[in-house]
Design a binder for this molecule. Structure first.
Ligand code: GLN
Length: 306
């Protein structure tokens, strides 16, 4: 299969959709993104990679960081993490408060905001320091993509100033006893890893261990064991796109995780990882063109997991 040709075709076919979505502006600094930008990368387990568009452009990974914080927390706490965060789709928006009240401060899954705030809190408890927890997250992702990455100070500050719903979520969870550390320390760490800047090339590379059941196929380093990698992938399939997770499975048919920065990572188990970037979002906060591009990819290649 000529993946480069397929990526070029997709790059042409998504053009009419580029301005149909809306760039996130509830975090003001994110609204600076250019809605004409598009990039798509894929990497096979043998390391061969293919790219189209601005695949070196660094964008804010936002909720894609939730995959990495969950991976670290699951590795440390194993099943005990599920006492604090569930593994069911939420059917609600990524920053919804309603369900959290009914369900006594236990978020439905680690891929909505509340869930990732809990996994972040658990990492801070493990390291007994919010700085060390952040450093572990940053160095984990850097080692996965074999390049040093860092967060964007402007986006971080913008979230800190305007992240009112996240502050509400964390305080609600604290009131139910599901946040162990200081709320300011936890929310700052959460915003920092959301503001990490990466390209589709780097994100694609950093997901390769999950495409290979937990072991990086290039370095041979096992980052998480196979049963746990399987759980992460299943949660990406059922919960990776918030209340559009069903729609993503229906149209794309791959485990994937989106972020409001406009990125989506996805993988085909035992075959490849993928990443697409286009900052205009659909109503559920997922990249509109990114979803379309991945749908075109699985349609053209017949490589959905179904
Ligand atoms: N940092 C964003 C927030 O907390 C992440 C949301 C997202 O990417 N869906 O609102």
């Amino acid at each position: 299969m000529d993946y480069q040709v397929i990526l070029e075709e997709i790059n042409n076919e998504i053009k009419p959709y580029l301005n149909q979505g809306k760039v996130a502006d509830y975090i003001p600094a994110l609204s600076q993104a250019n809605s004409n930008d598009f990039a798509m990368s894929l990497q096979l387990l043998d390391g061969t990679s293919y790219h189209v568009g601005c695949s070196d452009l660094h964008f804010s990974i936002q909720s894609i960081s939730k995959v990495f914080t969950f991976s670290l927390a699951l590795d440390i706490y194993s099943k005990a993490i599920y006492n604090r965060v569930g593994h069911e789709p939420s059917g609600n928006a990524f920053n919804s408060l309603v369900q959290l009240e009914y369900e006594k401060g236990i978020p439905r899954n680690p891929f909505i905001n509340a869930g990732a705030i809990v996994t972040t809190d658990s990492l801070i408890s493990h390291h007994k320091s919010s700085l060390k927890a952040y450093e572990e997250i940053e160095s984990f992702i850097s080692s996965l993509c074999d390049e040093s990455i860092t967060f964007d100070e402007t986006i971080y500050k913008s979230e800190l100033e305007c992240g009112f719903r996240n502050v509400a979520l964390i305080n609600l969870m604290k009131s139910f006893g599901n946040i162990d550390n200081d709320v300011q320390a936890v929310i700052k760490t959460y915003f920092k890893h959301c503001s990490l800047m990466m390209s589709t090339k780097q994100l694609c590379r950093s997901m390769l261990y999950l495409a290979n059941h937990g072991t990086d196929p290039i370095t041979n380093i096992t980052h998480i064991n196979e049963p746990k990698a399987k759980r992460i992938n299943s949660l990406m399939l059922t919960c990776g796109h918030y209340d559009a997770s069903g729609d993503f499975a229906f149209h794309v048919g791959l485990p994937g995780k989106s972020g409001v920065g406009g990125g989506i990572v996805a993988l085909i188990p035992k075959k490849m990882s993928l990443c697409v970037y286009s900052p205009s979002l659909n109503k559920q906060g997922n990249s509109l063109v990114g979803t379309k591009a991945l749908e075109l990819f699985t349609t053209k290649t017949g490589l959905s997991i179904f």
